[in-house]
Structures are given as C-alpha cells and as structure tokens.
Design a protein around this ligand. Structure first.
Ligand code: BGC
Length: 344
C-alpha cells in the first residue's frame, strides 16, 4: 500500500480444478478459475492484475460492498428520529444518491485475513462516523471453496449503536472466461415474480411490479441479449438490466438465480438467504477500465448477481428493515455453485 502496509493475497484450491484468490484489500474476490465442459480452465471474473488497479477501481469489481450496498435516495435517511447525511457519490440520470458505502467503502479498506483450511476469514472494524454512518461496526466476511465446486461468501456484522447495514458481494462474471466477449449470450433465470421499479435516479419508487409480460421476466431461462434493447421504460431508465428482483419469501437459503454459458457449458447457481437480488448487466462498462491481462472491459462484458436487502430500504417503511441494533447480528449467506452442462 502507498502507506507501507502489506496486503496479503490468499489462494484457495479444491481438487476439482477450481481456484479462488481473495485479497485483504477490500476483501475482494480477485479471481475464480474453473474448467469448462472440456476441462479448459479460465478465470470467470473481471478484475485487475495489481493492487493499484483494485485501489483506483470505481466499478466495484469483485468487491465486498458496505456499509450499505446499492442506492440510498439523496444519501440521507432517518433513524430513531435523527437524520443522517451520507456522501452522494453517484449521479444516475444526473440525480445524486449514495451508492455502495460512499467515497471510501468497504471495497477500499484494508481487512485482516486469516486462512482456515478451505476458507479465508476477513475482519474489519468500521469506526463510528466512518462515511457518516453511526456506530462501530465489527464485520467478518468469509470466503470458502468447497469440494462440491461451491464458492461461499458469508458476511456477519455487529454494532454498538443503531445503524444500517446491507453488505453485498459484487463480482462481475463472464462465464465464457473471455472478457472480450459479451455476456448477452448467457442464459439467465431469476426466481422472482416481482421487481422494484425506479425513478430516473434509479431509486425504487416503493412499488413492487410483476415481471410477467415484461422483458424483466426471467422466471424461465432466457438469453440476456434477447430483450435488453426492448422499448420498455425500466430498461431505458437503467440503460439495460440494472434492477432489483424481489425473491419469493422463504426461511433460510433458496435458489435465487441460475446463469449458464451454453458454448462452454459452465453454469453458476446463486443461493441466498437475502430478500432480493440485483442483476446488473454491466451497462456502465465502456472500455475505459484496463483489467487483467491488458483487457479493457467493454459494454456488457461482465454481469453482477448481487444478493441483498432492497435498495433505499432505510427510506421505505414497506421494505424489509435494514436497521441493525446492538445485540443483534447481521447475517448474509451467498453460495455460488458451479457445474458444467453437456452439449445440447
Ligand atoms: C449497480 C449499478 C452500478 C454498479 C457500479 C451495481 O451494483 O446496480 O447501477 O453502476 O453497481 O459498478
């Protein structure tokens, strides 16, 4: 680090050809290598070759996002009668909002990592007042790579004063393993019947809209590119897919989304205990990011499947609460299960 701190990079391998690399900087997933149906191994994530890349990143590649992932309207919210003002570090449609934790979110801080068998546990203490948030927040994020080809991301947090929390894992996936290729040829299924419509600033209106008969209906597997250019207001506002889907309510873990890349046969299923998932189709990638191996990341060459609480939940009484109080434990579990499918 420029200030002289050392940063550790951890490698976790399983016996089936998968390798995950995770860094103390930002608790980011640096890479995830996996064979295709013919045994050809490739890295399925967008990212950087050096620490400098990760520290100047503004697209949250591979990030652990916090304290509050996704957007907060005007960067402000009230809690127990007091109003808080956070940084407004994002301006979709020219309208300022708070995004992904602020000017220096959890993706830009140094965590302390500890290796345990097939896991790495990262710890970070976010001090009271950091980025305008109240309370000392003690956070752990654990990455695990199993012999069943599952990558687990688990977050926990406790606080000493009431605060808001929405920790999000933000890897950009391209299951082809070649970030020069578009993700529009991936098949996506999202197990959700509703999404959250937004205003021009990409802030939810508070309504839930049915996906049926819209280009946001992924209840059965659909090619991402098939309907992304359709004349539909929600697609126009976001410049493509960049919406929060409301998952069917359940206790514990359930399948939220399945992503398949037909020509390589790679498939990723995402399980979560969270109420929602943001599918972001990489609309803001514009070729300016210089990524791994000198590749620049063009429009829609990576996609995020971010399990989370609802965006702007602190300002929407009808949304699930994002408040964490002393004595409570914030918990978020996300499993990525990788398989390959035979040629069809
Ligand atoms: C959001 C996008 C945003 C991106 C930043 C995603 O989680 O949905 O709107 O531009 O993060 O990289």
């Amino acid at each position: 680090m420029p200030d002289g701190h050392d940063v550790s990079l951890f490698t976790i391998r399983n016996s089936r050809g998968m390798t995950a690399r995770v860094s103390e900087f930002g608790a980011v997933l640096v890479s995830l290598e996996m064979p295709d149906r013919n045994g050809q191994v490739a890295d399925l994530t967008l990212g950087y070759d050096s620490l400098e890349g990760w520290s100047t990143d503004n697209a949250y590649l591979g990030a652990t996002v916090g304290r509050f992932g996704n957007r907060i309207k005007d960067g402000t919210f009230s809690l127990d009668g007091k109003t808080y003002q956070l940084a407004t570090n994002n301006t979709p449609g020219g309208i300022p909002c708070h995004l992904h934790g602020g000017l220096k979110g959890f993706d830009k801080v140094l965590w302390k990592g500890e290796a345990r068998e097939n896991s790495v546990i990262f710890r970070y203490l976010s001090r009271d007042g950091e980025e305008g948030y109240l309370g000392n927040l003690d956070v752990t994020v654990t990455y695990t790579l199993t012999e069943e080809n599952e990558l687990l991301w688990e977050a926990k947090a406790v606080t000493d004063a009431p605060t808001i929390v929405n920790l999000v894992h933000h890897t950009y996936w391209n299951l082809s393993g070649d970030p020069r290729q578009s993700i529009n040829d991936h098949l996506l299924q999202i197990h959700a019947d509703h999404f959250l419509p937004t205003d021009a600033g990409l802030i939810p209106t508070g309504q839930l809209a049915a996906v049926a008969d819209t280009p946001l209906d992924f209840t059965s597997p659909r090619l991402i590119g098939e309907r992304v250019e359709e004349d539909y207001e929600a697609l126009h506002l976001a410049g493509g897919y960049d919406h929060c889907w409301v998952l069917r309510p359940t206790e514990g873990l359930r399948l939220a989304a399945s992503l398949t890349h037909p020509s390589s046969g790679r498939k990723m299923e995402v399980f979560t205990d969270q109420p929602a998932i943001q599918f972001y189709g990489g609309n803001f990638l514009d070729g300016t990011i210089m990524g791994k191996l000198g590749h620049s990341y063009a429009h829609r060459t990576g996609l995020c499947l971010e399990t989370e609480n609802f965006p702007d939940a602190p300002n929407q009484p009808s949304f699930p609460s994002a408040i964490l109080r002393p004595g409570e434990v914030y918990q978020h579990k996300m499993i990525h299960r990788f398989t390959t499918e035979p040629t069809v």
